[in-house]
Design a protein around this ligand. Structure first.
Ligand code: IPD
Length: 260
């Protein structure tokens, strides 16, 4: 069953990615800001989510749906789809290629299938529960494995909250982790950060305040590539911290963060 869910998610993600790519080429209209200046939504985010929702409703009418841009619906099958139509909206709106369609199927706390499809990068990260994680490029699959537990200088990605009041805390966290880092990246799409951790391109990724649609697919992809995705207690703003890496490195980063 998980393979069928993955096949469906992959097909829909490719169609959705093509729509996002086409709309971007036609020009982007920013539909509004959600919470702060950085928290934007484009017309394409809404249109792509509507497409994904419609395709899922036809294929699996009894499933629930939780998406970034529309109201959640509970299903009766026990399976829920968690969808970010365009993860990395700021990159998308600015004409940068690091954005992705993220689609996950879950049953309660069980992760069944996940797809992170980056149309402009030509890369699709996929996983089905118990079946491993793969990178797909032009139909060819490569099995993914997270990087070593003790890299000599880790390449670590992070992200910053949209609320300016949280920036000082986020920067202080980066400073804590810096001593074990070779360098730090801010890619701008959590789902791609997680795909890169699964592929061993990044040693680790951490960020506070992520939403289920940012990480649902990527979390399974990291786990199936032998990694761990830890959730740490909230900060003064109630934002929980997500840390993804090889399990040993994830714990090391969690210890540095928790020493705050
Ligand atoms: C955002 C991106 C970004 C991360 C934010 C997310 P969106 O998702 O993943 O990298 O820093 O926390 O909200 O808004 O572009 O779908």
């Amino acid at each position: 069953m998980t393979t069928q869910l993955l096949d469906l998610a992959r097909d829909i993600a490719h169609e959705a990615g093509e729509l996002a790519r086409r709309r971007r080429a036609e020009g982007v209209s920013i539909a509004g800001s959600k919470s702060t200046l950085a928290d934007i939504v484009t017309e394409a985010d809404r249109e792509v989510e509507a497409l994904i929702r419609e395709r899922l409703a036809v294929a699996r009418p009894d499933d629930g749906f939780l998406g970034e841009e529309s109201d959640a619906t509970a299903g009766t099958s026990g399976v829920t789809w968690i969808v970010d139509p365009i993860d990395g909206t700021v990159n998308y709106a600015s004409g940068m290629p690091s954005y992705a369609v993220s689609i996950a199927a879950v049953r309660g706390s069980e992760q069944l299938a996940g797809v992170v499809h980056a149309p402009m990068l030509g890369e699709t990260f996929v996983a089905a529960q118990g079946e491993g994680a793969y990178l797909e490029v032009d139909g060819a699959q490569t099995r993914l494995q997270v990087a070593a537990e003790h890299p000599a200088g880790a390449l670590i990605a992070t992200g910053f909250g949209y609320d300016p009041a949280t920036h000082a805390g986020d920067i202080a966290t980066v400073e804590r982790v810096m001593p074990i880092a070779r360098d730090v990246r801010r890619i701008g799409a959590a789902s791609i950060d997680l795909g890169y951790v699964a592929a061993g391109r990044l040693d680790a990724y951490f960020e506070r305040g992520l939403k289920p649609w940012d990480i649902a697919a990527g979390t399974l992809i990291v786990a199936e590539a032998g990694g761990a995705v830890l959730t740490l207690d909230g900060d003064a703003f109630g934002r929980k911290m997500t840390v993804a890496a090889h399990p040993v490195l994830a714990r090391k980063i969690a210890d540095l963060v928790e020493a705050e």
